[in-house]
Design a protein around this ligand. Structure first.
Ligand SMILES: [Zn+2]
Length: 117
């Protein structure tokens, strides 16, 4: 059995040049200081979400599966896009929304008058 990974995993330095200055983090912090964003908000350059699930099998509703979410930022020194943090959470299988036949529903007032008046 392989060693279990402890989450969250954080990477605080650029793996290419070792810089700790990141473009998105810096710009978001600046916007927070200027009052244009609420405090303690984090907006990564890129987020990926990987569902660890066999997609060939039919989804079983209410069955949970692991989801890995990776947050990326860009090094302000050399431009490397790198992973800042990986978190693991649980996802829940949800049935696909049903698409009703007929498509568009006309706005009120444009429906045919079937009241007989
Ligand atoms: Zn770098």
């Amino acid at each position: 059995m392989e060693e279990e990974i402890k989450y969250p995993i954080r990477f605080d330095q650029c793996p290419s040049c070792g810089s700790v200055i990141r473009v998105m983090e810096r710009e978001v912090n600046r916007a927070i200081i200027l009052g244009n964003l609420p405090p303690k908000i984090a907006i990564p350059a890129l987020i990926t979400e990987s569902h660890i699930i066999d997609k060939r099998q039919p989804l079983v509703s209410a069955k949970k599966f692991p989801v890995l979410v990776c947050f990326y930022d860009v090094c302000a020194n050399c431009g490397t896009l790198y992973c800042r943090e990986v978190i693991k959470r649980e996802g829940l299988a949800q049935p696909k929304p049903k698409i009703l036949r007929g498509g568009l529903i006309p706005p009120r007032g444009l429906l045919p008058d079937i009241s007989g008046n």
